[in-house]
Design a protein around this ligand. Structure first.
Ligand code: NAP
Length: 292
């Protein structure tokens, strides 16, 4: 079994981005600039946003963090987005999800200018992805593709089974794995909570991508020998052995499956770090005006 080391790969990508930033600056171009909007005080969201701001610093980007109150009216959030949309100094904008219930997430996603939508969630960018046109790919699926590519895993003609159909992971990765690209050309089966006989389906997977958010869901009896497993899930569970009192677990029972698969991503240290690296990559693409 080969461990797909997302932490190391993400660090390699960050080093490559940092070199590109130095080249931009040497050519009298400005630093790439990422803005993030955080609404309310959700512990996990704060952790994710802070990690993104820290990563910007590491590669030499500028960053702006706008923190808004939990009760901020939707109109005020939309006005903040518009301010950033027209700010020529800012290349990329993300709004950390989830948002409080009184705010329409889809309205917010659509308010972000497609040319600054470095999360790749805007319908225009999703449409471009489906049509295989240059675009900002959503960061988590794009991180999975990059990891598969850098470990030279063959995908053409393989059966890829995806568990979970969210807009941010399951649906886009199923599209990317079926596209006619170097990493792609799979026959894809997209499964969800209404899928019947899930075990029969997962047992036929050459590549199994798991994104449902249930710790240890995939067990040894659900996979075939030699499968490549990409575990996207992150669940925080209580632990009596860690100092913090909790630990992070993936959607796959790692210990049960590790000697049965060819490749597997660990949790933590697999897909998570790749997500941030790809967000930086999208911001660099925006700063270089490579797409729009
Ligand atoms: P989500 O929006 O909650 O969607 C979960 C999906 O799983 C849904 O499509 C649901 O089906 C499906 N599902 C639930 N129970 C199922 C079952 N028993 N069998 C088959 N499918 C089932 O999830 P998400 O936002 O994609 O996140 C999934 C996990 O990935 C979470 O743990 C999240 O924290 C993690 N995540 C990690 C990263 C990263 O950077 N590593 C990024 C994003 C998310 P229905 O559609 O039928 O309800």
């Amino acid at each position: 079994m080969i461990l797909l080391d997302g932490k190391k790969t993400a660090n390699d990508i960050k080093d490559e981005i940092a070199i590109e930033v130095s080249t931009l600056i040497a050519n009298d171009r400005k630093k790439p600039h990422l803005a993030a909007i955080l609404v309310g005080k959700n512990g996990a969201s704060e952790t994710y946003v802070n990690a993104k701001v820290k990563a910007c610093k590491k590669v030499g980007f500028s960053s702006t963090l706008v923190c808004l109150d939990e009760k901020v009216p939707e109109s005020e959030l939309l006005a903040e987005i518009e301010k950033i949309n027209v700010n020529k100094d800012i290349d990329g904008l993300i709004v950390q999800l989830p948002l409080p219930n009184h705010i329409d997430e889809m309205k917010v996603t659509q308010a972000i200018s497609p040319n600054k939508d470095v999360d790749g969630f805007h319908p225009e960018n999703i449409g471009r992805m489906v049509l295989n046109l240059p675009t900002y790919l959503p960061a988590t699926p794009s991180g999975i593709i990059e990891l598969i590519s850098r470990y030279n895993i063959k995908t053409s003609g393989k059966h890829c089974v995806v568990i979970g159909r969210s807009h941010i992971v399951g649906s886009p990765i199923s599209i990317l794995m079926s596209r006619n690209n170097h990493i792609g050309n799979c026959t894809v089966t997209l499964t969800h909570s209404r899928s019947k006989n899930l075990k029969q389906i997962t047992k036929t997977a050459d590549i199994l991508i798991v994104a449902l958010g249930k710790a240890g869901f995939v067990t040894r009896d659900m996979i075939k020998d030699g499968v490549c497993i990409i575990d996207v899930g992150i669940s925080r569970v209580e632990s009596s052995v860690t100092k913090s009192g909790w630990k992070l677990l993936g959607d796959v029972d790692f210990d049960q499956v590790k000697d049965k698969c060819s490749f597997i991503t660990p949790v933590p240290g697999g897909v998570g770090p790749m997500t941030i690296a790809m967000l930086l990559q999208n911001t660099l693409i925006s700063a270089k005006r490579d797409i729009y």
